[in-house]
Design a protein around this ligand. Sequence first.
Ligand SMILES: CC(C)(COP(=O)(O)OP(=O)(O)OC[C@H]1O[C@@H](n2cnc3c(N)ncnc32)[C@H](O)[C@@H]1OP(=O)(O)O)[C@@H](O)C(=O)NCCC(=O)NCCS
Length: 186
Amino acid sequence: MPLGIPSSAVARGPRVHLRPPRASDERGLLRVARRSRVLHRPWVSTPTTPSAYATWLEGAAAPNRVRLLLCRNDGGEIAGYFALNEIVRGALQSAYLGYWANAACAGQGLMGEGLRILVRHAFRALRLHRLEANIQPDNAASIGLVRSCGFAREGFSPRYLKVAGRWADHDRWALTIEAWRARPPC
Ligand SMILES: CC(C)(COP(=O)(O)OP(=O)(O)OC[C@H]1O[C@@H](n2cnc3c(N)ncnc32)[C@H](O)[C@@H]1OP(=O)(O)O)[C@@H](O)C(=O)NCCC(=O)NCCS
């Protein structure tokens, strides 16, 4: 294992790796959430108190969910977060994608690298067939991120999800293992 990457890492890239969150991440994650409030606020909610973190960590252990921190290989700083939610097995083999960046690390291509290694992990190790991301049409950064990894826009869902207390329209973006395999390696 290269220096700086913990043995708990489930996926590795040149600059970042993905690993499960742990109780000792509380301070670091709350600090990132606090400092990233402006970036996150209109789109996602992140734990901002120790008790919210405890609930969030407990939720990370659910059998139909995978929560992973994206950390720099060099130093271990939390650069972002990815979730595979509502994993359904059987004939679907699908999951819903969630994510956010640490504002201090945003715009450096780390989330793009993180999404690429997450997708590889989801299709290879977790044997999923389809990943779906529902994104508000004016969230340009989020659309740019999934587009950069080969997700295609499948449709529009009016009043799809309650975000910050209001039902918000979303576009449905998805990637299947077949589309992923057909892409040139990146
Ligand atoms: C969405 C988010 C994770 C992107 O993080 P980031 O650090 O900017 O991502 P990266 O720097 O790794 O860029 C990844 C890709 O997205 C593209 N991108 C980033 N911001 C963009 C923007 N505003 N417009 C268009 N494309 C953009 C980049 O160009 C890159 O594509 P490329 O590899 O083809 O150049 C970040 O903006 C964020 O945390 N937003 C708030 C939370 C959120 O919206 N979560 C998703 C809810 S659906």
